[in-house]
Structure formats: C-alpha cells, structure tokens
Design a protein around this ligand. Structure first.
Ligand code: ASP
Length: 490
C-alpha cells in the first residue's frame, strides 16, 4: 500500500472512530458477568419446577441461548465450505497448501500430546481423586465402553462418499476434504470457470455479512446461555469435585499462558500478551458457547483482522483445528484419568499413562467441536486403560463447567498454531498485528470512504454487520448432549 493510501486509510479510521461505542469484547464481558451473577442468584433463589424456573430459566434463557447457538451453527457448513474453496482456489502455490496442511496437523498433534502430559503431571501432584474412595460407593465392573469408530475408520471417513450427506450431518473433515479438492481445481482452471469462482467468492461475502448480523445479538445469546448454565449447575454437584475442577483449570491456564505464549513468541516473535489480548473475545465467546465450531467465524475474523494471518491460511486451519485439535479437551481427559484412577484406587503403570496420551490425542481428533462431546469421548480414553465407565458418568455432572474452559483453550490452541504456521509460510502480516485498525478497513471502506458512516474496525463489526469468515459444524442434535448427556455406550 502506498503512503498516500495509508494516509487515506488512517484518515478514514480517524473519522470513523468517534462512532465507536462499546466494542464486542466489552459487550461479551458484560453479558458474561451479568449471566454468571443472574445465574447464581437464580440457582440460590429459584426452586426447581417453579414458575420462574419454567418460564425464565427453561423458557426465555433456554430458547434465546439455543437460538443464538443455532444461528451460528446454521452458518458453519456453508461458510467453512465457501471460505476453504476460496482459500484453496487463491493459493498460487498448491505445494504451499500441502506444507501448511502437514505442518499444521503436526503442530496440532504435538500441542495436544503436550497438553495431556501436562494434565497428567499436574493431577499426579495435586491428587484430586485421593480421599474420594469411589470404589466403595460405585460398583466397579470391568470397563466395557466402546467407541463407534477405529482410527483406521476415522482415516477412511475423511473422504466423503456423498458430500451432501456430509454437509447434512456437518461432518467437518469430509467437508474440508471436498472443499479443498474443489478449491484446488477451481484455482487451476482459473478463468475457464470464472463464474463458479465468482459465485463462491460472492457467496462467501454474503455469509460473512450474515455472521456480522448474528454477532449483533451475541451479548443477548451469551447472557442467556451463561445465566441458564449457572442457574442449573447446583453447588452440591460441584463441591466434591472442586479439586478436580481446579486441576483441570490449572492445566488449562498452563497451556494457555505458558505453552501457547511460548509457541507464539518462539515462532512469530509477536508479543504474546498482545496476542492473548486480541484473542480475548474469541476465548470468551468459546467459553460462553462451549463450542469450537460456533467460534470458528470469530476466530477466523480475529486472526485475519487483528493478528494479521492471511485468510487463505486461517480459512483452512481454523475449521480443521476446531475438528481435530482439542488441547483443552485433552487436558480434561488426562486429569480425569488420574482423578478417576485415584478415586477408585486403581494404579496406573507408565505404559498405561503413555496409552492415555496416545488415546487422548486420537480422541481429540475424533471429538467434534460442539458442547459435551469431549466427555463422551472420555469413555474411549478410560477404556484404553481399563478404568470404570462409571467415572465418565461422575464427570458428566460437572461437564458444562469444564467444557466452557476447555473450549476456550481449544480455540486458542487453533489460533496459536495458525499464527505460527502463517509466520512459517510467510503469510503473517505483522503490521496488522501491531495496528489492527489499519487492516480492519476493508476495500469497500476505501471505496465509499469519505463521509461514510459505517464503522470500521473488527471490534465494531457487531454494530456494522461487516463481513467475517465463518465456520461451524452443523449437527444440531449434538447440542442435546449439553443438557442431557448421552449415556455412555456399553
Ligand atoms: N466443547 C468442546 C469444543 O467445542 C469439545 C469438548 O471437549 O466437548 O471444543
């Protein structure tokens, strides 16, 4: 960009700044805090099945919260599909795409393995399960839980047999695979398929506009989700598990504040605290929705507009990460294994612990980025070392509380790895990172520049309906698992 256009951009930003009201981060924080306060007050004062419970908590809060999640979900499949097609089509060097893909997957796997190891070590030190003596409370039977797909099957399932069916069920890996192939071919055919290319680009823009509109109601949705969650949590279920919850959250903070910060600093030389600050709305959003998939749009937008990651990278690595990279979930699983083993008085050998690391990594690949699935996948981890399935049921009682924290870490892990990969492949613009307002001005802003009263920055795209990237996996039924977890398969 020339100096003249830089100056013009700065001018536009300046002109538009006075219009800025409260930004997205602040709104999310306010609604989160209000939701927690109202939820706790409700949990203390509102009896079960009372009128307030029925009409406010299970009525208004539930309906508005679910509407909000569904609105985000509704966009995930079309937006992930379109943005990957556009990203792959515009990759001038397909080999680069391969390199970014392989590098990202490797980094995802390594961070997850590290996450579960940290959790195991912390749980060994803190010993959250010692003194619970579950063996005398719950009858232990040899575990017979099973998961529905083997690793080989998981690999086979990457290739869809019917892309419409894959979209229908929101099977993200299959959608990613098809979109990559399609985008790659569109890129190669170039002008010969200009109409198709244009269709995807324009459809993508429409989807992004839609997400901008939906994010306008994010504070209401988040307030309702959180208020209902806290109203229903109930302290009685939490108290005996406090040490375990504390262990999981400690592990999450270690991963967030040490592992990711180091990763970002070592690979990109960006200021890790600044990175964290820019990621805060994404984390809060993930915390409130407990869904990596629902957070894909905001994560992609943030990486592109605030961190400076080329959308070609983020549009591919973020949906992929939301599907296969679950560091927070792995932390919960690692801690849960030690917790349950201690509670049931079961000794785990070194080999068993290694098995846990491997299984948690593959469970992370198989965990969909929707609420509650991590705990269902826990059955697979328990089974790998012969822990009783009853342990999973125990943890399900407090699952939502853990899910919120682990999802926030899951999405930050995706973003940290994406930023590193963007830097390694020369697709990170540090100027954007150092001055996000600068990049946040879009071409359209420049076109209808002077006098335009549209807001500019990413922060106010909620008040703006400005384009964002999206993603989200769409299996609405899986949300049913949040409130009523599926029984562990026997
Ligand atoms: N809720 C998590 C996510 O969306 C997955 C899980 O651990 O249940 O990333």
């Amino acid at each position: 960009m020339t100096d003249a256009s830089n100056a013009q951009t700065a001018e536009i930003v300046k002109k538009k700044e006075p219009k800025k009201s409260v930004n997205l981060t602040t709104w999310i924080l306010i609604s989160l805090a209000a939701g927690i306060i109202v939820g706790i007050i409700c949990s203390i004062t509102v009896p079960d099945k009372s009128v307030v419970d029925e009409y406010l908590i299970e009525g208004v809060f539930y309906v508005f919260g679910q509407w909000f999640i569904r609105l985000m979900q509704m966009l995930v499949v079309p937006l992930v599909f379109c943005s990957i097609v556009c990203g792959a089509a515009s990759m001038s060097d397909p080999k680069l795409l391969g390199k970014v893909g392989v590098g990202t997957i490797l980094m995802y796997l390594c961070t997850t393995a590290l996450a579960v190891t940290i959790a195991i070590l912390l749980a060994q030190v803190i010993q959250p399960g010692v003194g619970l003596d579950m063996a005398s409370i719950v009858k232990v039977e040899p575990s017979s839980t099973s998961t529905d797909q083997t690793f080989a099957q998981m690999l086979i399932n990457i290739i869809p047999t019917n892309i419409i069916a894959a979209m229908n069920s929101g099977t993200m890996l299959q959608i990613i695979f098809f979109a990559l192939v399609l985008g790659f071919i569109l890129g190669r055919l170039g002008k010969k398929v200009a109409t198709v290319n244009r269709f995807f680009t324009q459809f993508n823009a429409v989807m992004m506009h839609m997400i901008g509109l939906i994010l306008k109601v994010a504070p209401i949705g988040i307030f309702c989700l959180i208020a209902r969650t806290f109203a229903n949590l109930g302290l009685t279920g939490i108290l005996p598990m406090l040490k375990f919850i504390g262990t999981v959250y400690l592990g999450l903070f270690v991963q967030l504040l040490i592992v990711y910060m180091l990763l970002v600093f070592l690979f990109t030389r960006l200021n890790p605290l600044q990175f964290l600050r820019k990621m805060l709305p994404v984390m809060l959003f993930a915390f409130s929705t407990s869904s990596s998939n629902a957070t894909i749009p905001l994560n992609m937008e943030t990486l592109e507009k605030k961190i400076g990651v080329d959308p070609k990278v983020a549009s591919f690595t973020i949906p992929l990460g939301a599907t296969i990279n679950m560091d927070g979930t792995a932390i919960m699983q690692g801690a849960a294994v030690i917790f349950i083993a201690q509670a049931f008085g079961i000794d785990l050998s070194m080999t068993a612990l290694l098995t846990v690391v491997l299984t948690a990594v593959s469970a992370s690949i198989g965990t969909a980025g929707v609420p509650g699935v991590g705990t269902i996948m826990l059955a697979m981890v328990f089974e790998s070392v012969g822990l009783p399935a009853e342990g999973v049921a125990m943890i399900m009682g407090i699952d939502r509380l853990l899910d919120m924290g682990r999802t926030a870490v899951n999405v930050t892990g995706d973003a940290a790895v994406t930023t590193c990969m963007a830097r390694l492949s020369g697709m990170l613009d540090k100027n954007v990172f150092n001055n996000h307002d600068f990049k946040a001005v879009s071409e359209e802003d420049l076109l209808d520049a002077p006098g335009s009263d549209e807001p500019t920055g990413y922060d106010d795209f909620t008040a703006h309906g400005d384009p964002t990237e999206i993603g989200e996996q769409g299996d609405p039924d899986k949300f049913a698992n949040i409130e009523k977890p599926e029984p562990v398969r026997k």
